[in-house]
Design a protein around this ligand. Structure first.
Ligand SMILES: [Zn+2]
Length: 712
């Protein structure tokens, strides 16, 4: 049964993986100290290691290896303690790493193409766990183990770690070449698992399908074993937002590490893990022995709560003798201690729909050879990003799209393929679609209907330009709505950081941008106009920038060669009025964090297309203010979170953000009362102008929550 009576919003994981070594004495481990620390910090959810990466169990197991330094049932006692303090008890089980099982059963270990045992990549200082293959009898072992755990403990939920191939994660990038896996692959695809990088790229789509197939099969197998013992228990899988939709649908609770930083990741997980109690988090930016300032813990919690995400802090807070480092719990109380003041504002609410950033899962294809190789072909390009994890080009554009909409200070959601339905899309005013190359006909038709009925889109690159297998179509599926036709890929400047420069036509969207030729990264697309107007054209770089030719230290500057009238400059940004809506197309990639002008540039564009947005924030420091916008389901009250993201940039120093104004369109609703609900309470004045209602907000220190009541 579930013992806690509310959704938990303050999660914690004591992130020890203890080897069976004499220096791990655990002699001072005390569940009473756990309880004191958890109570002090306001923790209402703990993930408890039943079996860790070493294969160490923290209860008297009949099957695996209990930690020799613990003579009592730690899992049982901690579970009871959590229920006593009204906290959620999540049982953690390490799937893909079990060092004890690997060393004692080498036949269970995943293999590289040469038959060597596969270990976690050499990314110093990461530990080099062996990787288990789930196509072996290890699966049977886990079944028995999980049955044992869930017959013993009435955990509220289960957390499975290192399972399968979550997309874009370093531990999802591997492939196993053992005999069993070879058989599964050959039977499904009719050839051996490729390992030569060239062949892997050639078969990237099969490999992607294979990984998704294994993940679903493995998860179903483990899920069946768990649910046989505990039919109702919710199952959470680490990095669940990175799995394919069919698997995501089977997962009960979502958790994903903050691969793009907390704020962007929280927005992403809120969309992809919607309705499944999404949880995000990780360490605050420090180690336990060199802790972050208290305010960082508060902003850590605020960044998640503002997005309706449950934060989970995982931390190496246990010493080898078992004592917890209490300092972290003191600091964490600055964040989690605020929960009771906020909880009533965080439940029973839905985001205000305005801008949707499309995450098109089918467009994403990982190569499995990370970190040993990197591909430069467009459809399967892997880029390295935060923490050295690989990701696909499209997903990097999703992250940039989130950041650009957030910078524009308008409500933003991430939407998925499943939302590409006119009934869902019609809730939005604007879609951002960054290089969703493999949209299919049905999805494209729904987007076209959205535009016809008055929606706007900003899209880029090869959106709707590729078949399911990655090859080019003859034209964009969205060509009619875009008012342009595809006329070939321009790959001359693929290696130039600035693959093109923008020559602007006179238009309000370019107001107040720097008076210079603004750069955009490659790739570039040639287009023929078919009704669209040109907002800007390409200026070529003066040279190609690569190994055997270059100009200087810098990305080659814009060429100054004048083109004749007969040789017009190729369009880079176009605008097309279609039906009742608008389509703005970039024949390059504006969905990047690499060019700082795009923050203002895309903000201008969003302003112009929304005209006006339902609701937005005005601030002189949009990059330092996180804003989210909600409506309560039962009474329609608007709840706005404002979070000072500058604190993280300043490593914990708080500079309050002054001069914030909220703008609410008359169309959205007539405000009868505006107030601050947190951190203090205060009535705010509402003033009117012909298009908007304006509310000036006092400076935001760390986290401010406002409520707006509207007349019916
Ligand atoms: Zn295998």
């Amino acid at each position: 049964m579930v013992h806690h009576d509310a959704i938990s919003y303050a999660g914690y994981l004591i992130d020890h993986h203890w080897p069976r070594e004499p220096y791990i004495s655990l002699e001072k481990l005390s569940v009473e100290q756990y309880e004191n620390c958890f109570r002090k910090a306001g923790i209402d959810h703990a993930v408890v290691y039943c079996k860790d990466h070493w294969g160490t169990c923290y209860y008297p197991t009949q099957l695996g290896m209990s930690h020799p330094a613990i003579s009592f049932d730690l899992v049982g006692e901690v579970g009871e303690m959590l229920h006593r303090i009204g906290a959620e008890f999540t049982a953690y089980y390490s799937v893909g790493f079990d060092e004890h099982a690997a060393r004692n059963n080498p036949q269970w270990v995943a293999r590289d193409p040469q038959g060597q045992m596969l270990r976690h990549p050499k990314l110093a200082p990461r530990p080099r766990w062996h990787r288990l293959c789930l196509e072996t009898d290890y699966m049977e072992f886990m079944h028995e183990h999980l049955a044992e755990i869930f017959q013993r403990y009435d955990a509220d939920s289960v957390f499975l770690d290192i399972l399968g191939h979550p997309h874009g994660t370093y531990w999802g990038a591997y492939l196993c070449y053992c005999d069993n896996c070879q058989r599964v692959f050959s039977k499904r695809y009719g050839y051996e698992i490729p390992h030569d990088p060239q062949k892997m790229r050639q078969h990237a789509f099969d490999i992607e399908d294979y990984k998704a197939h294994l993940d679903l099969k493995w998860f179903n197998s483990i899920r069946t074993a768990i649910k046989a013992a505990r039919p109702q228990i919710p199952i959470c899988v680490n990095s669940s937002a990175h799995f394919r939709q069919p698997l995501r649908d089977l997962i009960d609770h979502h958790f994903t590490e903050p691969f793009w930083g907390h704020w962007t990741s929280a927005i992403y997980c809120r969309g992809v893990g919607r309705g499944k109690f999404p949880q995000g988090g990780a360490q605050v930016n420090s180690e336990i022995y060199d802790p972050s300032p208290r305010d960082m813990y508060q902003v850590f919690a605020a960044k998640h709560w503002a997005n309706g995400i449950r934060p989970l802090l995982y931390s190496p807070s246990q010493r080898p003798d078992g004592r917890l480092v209490t300092e972290e719990f003191n600091r964490l109380s600055a964040g989690y201690g605020e929960l009771n003041n906020l909880r009533k504002l965080m439940t029973d609410r839905s985001t205000i729909k305005c801008v949707g950033v499309l995450y098109h899962e089918k467009t994403c294809v990982d190569l499995p050879d990370f970190p040993y190789g990197e591909d430069h072909t467009r459809s399967v390009k892997i880029i390295e990003f935060d923490q050295g994890k690989p990701d696909t080009f499209h997903r990097s554009m999703v992250a940039a799209g989130i950041n650009l909409a957030a910078y524009a200070q308008v409500p933003v959601d991430v939407i998925t393929e499943q939302d590409l339905d006119i009934h869902c899309l019609s809730n939005y005013q604007l879609l951002l679609i960054g290089g969703a190359s493999r949209l299919d006909e049905k999805q494209a038709s729904q987007i076209i209907r959205f535009v016809e009925s008055g929606g706007s889109i900003i899209l880029s690159g090869d959106t709707s330009l590729r078949h399911g297998d990655g090859t080019f179509r003859s034209d964009f599926l969205l060509a009619d709505a875009m008012g342009v036709h595809f006329d070939g890929l321009d790959d001359r400047f693929m290696t130039n950081p600035s693959g093109s420069y923008l020559a602007r036509q006179p238009h309000p969207v370019w107001n107040q941008l720097p008076e210079t030729d603004l750069p955009l990264p490659p790739p570039r697309y040639n287009i023929k106009l078919a009704g669209a107007k040109v907002l800007g054209t390409h200026i070529d770089p003066c040279a190609v920038h690569e190994d055997e030719q270059w100009t200087s230290w810098w990305s080659p500057a814009p060429a100054s060669l004048a083109l004749s009238q007969d040789d017009p400059k190729p369009p880079l940004v176009t605008h097309h009025k279609y039906g009742n809506g608008h389509v703005v197309y970039f024949a390059a990639n504006p969905f990047t964090d690499a060019m700082r002008w795009l923050g203002h540039g895309i903000s201008n564009l969003i302003d112009w297309l929304l005209d006006p947005p339902a609701i937005r924030i005005r601030t002189d420091t949009p990059g330092s203010l996180g804003s989210t916008f909600w409506r309560r389901n039962h009474d329609g009250q608007v709840v706005i979170h404002l979070v000072n993201l500058g604190i993280e940039k300043l490593d914990g120093e708080v500079l309050a953000i002054p001069g914030i104004t909220i703008e609410v369109s008359h169309q959205f609703g007539k405000i009868c009362r505006a107030s601050i609900a947190y951190p203090n309470t205060m009535e705010l004045k509402v003033t009117d102008n012909p298009t908007m209602q304006l509310i000036a907000v006092p400076a935001v220190e760390i986290h401010t929550i406002l409520t707006l009541d509207l007349w019916d």
